[in-house]
Ligand binder design. Sequence first.
Ligand code: NAP
Length: 262
Amino acid sequence: MASSSRLISRLALVTGGGSGIGQAVCQRFASEGATVVVADLNQDAAEETVDALQRGQKGQRGQIGQGHMAGQVDVSSKDSVKKLITQIQTRYFQPPSVCVNAAGITQDNFLLSLEEEEFDKVIQVNLKGTFLVTQAVAQALVACGASKGSIINMGSIVGKVGNLGQANYSASKAGVEGLTRTAAKELSKFGIRCNCVLPGFITTPMTDSVPDKVINKLLTLVPLGRMGEPAEVADVCAFLASDDSRYITGTSIEVTGGLFIG
Ligand code: NAP
């Protein structure tokens, strides 16, 4: 539960905001006072997230507020990303100063059987999509002379340690970390910070399809002994979006319950 208003007067873009971690980030940001652009491949899901923000949540502290926007985007398409940024600037007369790249997919298969299309598709959405959105937001911020920005990219602990059946996904997420570090170096002179969050195993539609047998085995490796909640990843994103992390850039924060410590 948010306990502060650190994001008042911030405009935040969250891709993948129609589901799971992205949706929790939207809720957390709005509860801390941000105006949120919820962007997703699935327009209906993005609109449902916005409806939930506008209604507010019973008993929720903080400022949910109005003025949020839903946008349809395919992050793997340059044209689609460009269209979204134009829509945002037309509506708010400014680019987002906070951006969370949470859109992502899996297409699991063992390396020996992984199809080229399965490899390409995951790289297109997870890595190229993060590049396209990061570049478009950074270009817009620089063009308007903004003095600060925070870009938060969703990597994965799997990008560091690998995972059976996820050669494509782990490669995409390792790429997201490298992209983020380079972006941090290049964009710091414009006041734009770039960081990664590396979730472990979080309860979302993405992990719903993982068989219980596999989850139970993985949980034996998690010192905190349970899967994470999307809100626990959102808490870290809110910190990275806010001035509380003003001296942090180019880093990755693991949100894994201790999975693969060291
Ligand atoms: P999720 O519930 O499946 O949410 C992902 C969202 O991204 C969905 O709404 C999906 O829309 C959207 N999306 C997919 N392709 C897109 C595209 N081309 N353009 C725009 N949006 C697109 O998954 P999640 O678990 O919240 O994952 C969020 C992020 O965290 C992902 O980057 C994921 O890799 C990362 N992550 C998750 C975990 C975990 O354990 N859950 C762990 C580590 C990292 P559709 O539903 O229409 O496809």
